[in-house]
Design a protein around this ligand. Structure first.
Ligand code: SIN
Ligand code: FE2
Length: 206
């Protein structure tokens, strides 16, 4: 079994959970999803400011953000097509690191170019907060920040490398987290450089 580190109750880090071959296989699944559901640029609900990450989704529901707010919906905001289904290896990662008894409903795909970041936030748009959030990193290392359930609480910085899995569950399910920056050129997995982060979630009550 993959070794892991508990960073806080319910916050678990599995460094190199996926070896390079498994990372390449996951990446191929991401590329196949993106061929159907291209990356889009989300915008902030109030300000309309674009995110620095680009996004797509797969699974029955996908997370989107625009003038109408943060939400889950069953279709791509630009093409209006239903999200592609969860590919098998991505779905397996949920069973292995998240929950084996209920399937994931959403896999958010974030793409970070060299200047992308993600400000500190909670994942709280899900009706079911009992299920974990499972995150998989592919490509360049992220300088990831993990806090507590309180925005002003203490935070720590960890470096999520390619193939790492990070899980927020239980007492850490609503922990604030974000990405301060990525380290360009730290991985050769993506020919174009940058980082994909896959976030698997249960959305509706299990
Ligand atoms: C997120 O919280 O949506 C992304 C986290 C990450 O990129 O590691
Ligand atoms: Fe998040």
């Amino acid at each position: 079994m993959t070794s892991s580190l508990a960073l806080a109750p319910g916050a678990r880090w599995y460094p190199e959970a996926f070896d390079p071959q498994a990372q390449a296989a996951l990446l191929a699944e991401v590329r196949a999803v993106l061929a159907q559901a291209p990356l889009f640029t989300p915008t902030m609900p109030r300000s309309g400011k674009p995110f620095t990450v680009r996004m797509s989704d797969c699974g029955p529901l996908g997370w989107v953000s625009d003038a109408a707010g943060y939400r889950y919906q069953a279709f791509h905001p630009d093409t209006r097509a239903p999200w592609p289904p969860l590919p098998p290896r991505i779905a397996d990662a949920w069973s292995r690191f998240g929950r084996a008894d209920v399937p994931a409903e959403a896999c958010l795909i974030n793409y970070y170019g060299p200047d992308a970041r993600m400000s500190l936030h909670q994942d709280r748009d899900e009706a079911d907060l009992t299920a974990p959030v499972v995150s998989i990193s592919l490509g360049d290392t992220a300088v990831f920040r993990l806090g507590t359930e309180v925005r002003s609480g203490p935070t720590r910085s960890i470096r999520l490398g390619s193939g790492d899995v990070f899980v927020l569950s239980g007492a850490s399910r609503l922990a604030f987290h974000g990405v301060d920056r990525i380290i360009p050129g730290s991985s050769r997995l993506l020919a174009e450089g940058g980082r994909f982060n896959l976030t698997l979630r249960r959305v509706t009550a299990a």
